[in-house]
Design a protein around this ligand. Structure first.
Ligand code: BGC
Length: 357
């Protein structure tokens, strides 16, 4: 056993050492301002903006990896034309901002990362696609939201400042799938603290916000939004039946035993989805908010016929309810596009956009 006084000294030395190592932490130069929109546009309300998200695809496993490319996807400039030509209207960009900002105040975002983001956004917007930039996989928030709140807000303050003169077609989404310790009450408080900071520089930019508990529709009732803010689009994610959509997903424990589960489109299977979507539609009506189904998809381990049937059914039901949708995802494990052979996976593309040419 280490005697107590010596333990205390050990602690003092450790604290001093960690303070020294902070001194060596790089600090980034001030963030450069990115290309502004040449003519300021009139604001667009959330319902009108949501129309632009009618057929969205998530470009995932790229910018939300610790570093782009590490999860097998590097976004190519030509993707945006390919996506637009297939009939999509928007892209959602999952981004791990937390991996590219200083750990200590002022939590500066690495300018080189901002430049990469600018490049990607500036490829997508001129193509006629709306772009949602989100905050994805800030995993430390789920463990210690209090300890990370200042950093979270500072990151958003910088993103907001950086993109303040971008066109309406750029949207922000403060956090993908709040979970863990970010329970509904914590999420509501965090939004209450973050939204005014974003609004200082982006008073009318549309912001996509979903409920706690992984953006599950059952969290909607607990979501508190500023009543007077008419530039909020409400989002939820849908992966039901989970055992079907996540069969043999490597990151879901126990999912190997679900392999082989089909989705045949039987009446009970369809009613399940319809029942869920009615809950969302009812909430939307009562709360007067537009709805964006920001993620839905079935992993590639499921059989293609079932995937296509499920995808088509969910997309059409969403449309019937007036929701706009975002498929998860473009060219990785749930992908609708094969990046090796440079071609669309036709059954999935047709399921999403039946008249795609
Ligand atoms: C997660 C991804 C996951 C997907 C489907 C996303 O929100 O960030 O890691 O692949 O949901 O489970």
């Amino acid at each position: 056993m280490v005697p107590l006084p010596r333990l205390r000294w050990l602690l003092v030395v450790l604290v001093a050492l960690s303070a020294c190592s902070n001194l060596g932490t790089p600090t980034f130069a001030p963030t450069p301002t990115s290309t502004p929109s040449p003519t300021p546009e009139p604001p667009i309300d959330a319902f009108t903006m949501n129309q632009r998200l009618a057929r969205t695809v998530n470009i995932s496993n790229a910018l939300e990896a610790p570093n782009e490319g590490e999860w097998g996807v590097t976004i190519k400039d030509e993707y945006f034309q390919i996506i637009y030509d297939a009939g999509f209207t928007a892209v959602r960009l999952p981004v791990r901002w937390s991996a590219h900002a200083l750990k200590q105040a002022p939590y500066t975002i690495n300018p080189a990362f901002f430049q990469r983001m600018d490049h990607v956004v500036n490829q997508a917007l001129p193509q006629g696609l709306a772009v949602i930039v989100n905050m994805h996989h800030y995993e430390e928030m789920a463990l210690d939201p209090k300890g990370h709140q200042a950093r979270f807000i500072a990151i958003w303050q910088q993103i907001a400042e950086h993109y303040k003169s971008y066109p309406n077609a750029l949207l922000f989404e403060p956090m993908n799938e709040p979970n863990g310790a970010v329970v509904a009450s914590v999420w509501n408080k965090l939004l209450e603290a973050t939204l005014p900071v974003i609004r200082l520089t982006n008073p009318t930019r549309n912001i996509v916000i979903g409920p706690a508990d992984w953006n599950d529709l059952r969290g909607l009732d607990e979501l508190v939004l500023p009543a007077d803010d008419q530039h909020i689009i409400v989002t939820f994610h849908y992966y039901q039946p989970y055992q079907f959509t996540h069969q043999a997903a490597e990151w879901v424990q126990g999912s190997a035993s679900w392999l082989g589960m089909e989705w045949k489109g039987s009446s009970p299977e369809k009613q399940y989805v319809q029942y869920d979507f009615k809950i969302v539609a009812q909430w939307a009506k009562e709360n007067q908010r537009p709805i964006f189904l920001g993620e839905f998809g079935a992993y590639s381990k499921a059989d293609m016929d079932s995937r296509a049937r499920w995808t088509a059914f969910v997309a059409r039901e969403a449309e019937k309810q007036g929701f706009r949708w975002g498929y998860w995802e473009f060219c990785s494990g749930f992908g609708v596009y094969d990046p090796i052979n440079n071609k669309w996976i036709q059954p999935l593309l047709k399921a999403l956009i039946p008249d795609s040419t």
